[in-house]
Design a protein around this ligand. Structure first.
Ligand code: SF4
Ligand code: SF4
Length: 215
């Protein structure tokens, strides 16, 4: 049975005319998404497309989201108008990880902000399409609430996760240095002394630096 509700929605998928879900400036990823991808065996495949943003100032928080890519070949990364989520495939107008999208994509455009349900982007052409049953509406709201709680938990957990990743990386590079022969170590020191400092692509992003995944 269907009934008229405030929120009716049907995703137009590959027939969508604007894919605002995939071109929104931030596609958040939660610790819950990581856990799900890990359990499903997709983590190694999806994780390279995810980045952690380090706060630039005291008022900001850590966040985790999908990396951006320019939509057009001549676009510059970091430009919101021409960017999309790295998993968006423009030619087929589809998501390449449709089988296990982040929870923020599954709830889009319905968003729970901790107090009420809102539409995060009214230009999504799926809004007003189809009819939503009472059960489907409840399901959509439950998922939006879950997304909100996962997002909040992720913001709280990210500083510790970041510290863990950094200490793991430091341990790995210390280990690698230990295993270098004296000759290789000298060569490396020589190279380092001539090479200007450059950010390594670690999947962890410091917003204070220009980078491939900057937002
Ligand atoms: S969620 Fe909205 S914007 Fe995204 S594909 Fe579906 S209809 Fe289009
Ligand atoms: S993960 Fe897929 S659905 Fe979500 S924003 Fe990226 S391309 Fe779009």
């Amino acid at each position: 049975m269907s009934e008229k509700k405030k929120y009716s929605f049907k995703c137009l998928e590959q027939n969508c005319t604007n894919r605002v879900c995939c071109t929104r400036p931030h596609v958040s990823v939660t610790i819950g998404d990581l856990a799900r991808w890990s359990a499903q065996g997709y983590l190694d495949h999806i994780l390279p497309g995810v980045t952690i943003n380090v706060p630039k100032s005291e008022g900001e928080s850590f966040s985790m989201e999908t990396i951006r890519k320019p939509l057009n070949g001549d676009g510059k990364e970091g430009e919101s108008a021409g960017d999309a989520c790295i998993f968006f495939h423009k030619e087929s107008n589809a998501c390449t990880i449709r089988y296990s999208r982040p929870i923020s994509c599954r709830t889009f455009p319905l968003l729970y902000n901790g107090e009420k349900f809102v539409l995060s982007d009214k230009s999504c052409p799926g809004i007003g399409q189809g009819e939503v049953t009472k059960e489907a509406l409840k399901e959509a709201r439950d998922l939006a609430e879950q997304e909100y709680h996962e997002r909040m938990e992720t913001v709280a957990a990210l500083p510790a996760v970041y510290a863990l990743i950094m200490s793991h990386m430091l341990r790995q590079s210390a280990e690698a240095m230990k295993n270098l022969s004296e000759e290789d170590r000298k060569k490396l020191e020589e190279i380092m002394s001539k090479t200007p400092a450059k950010e390594e692509n670690t999947g962890v992003q410091d917003d204070s630096q220009e980078g491939a995944s900057a937002n």
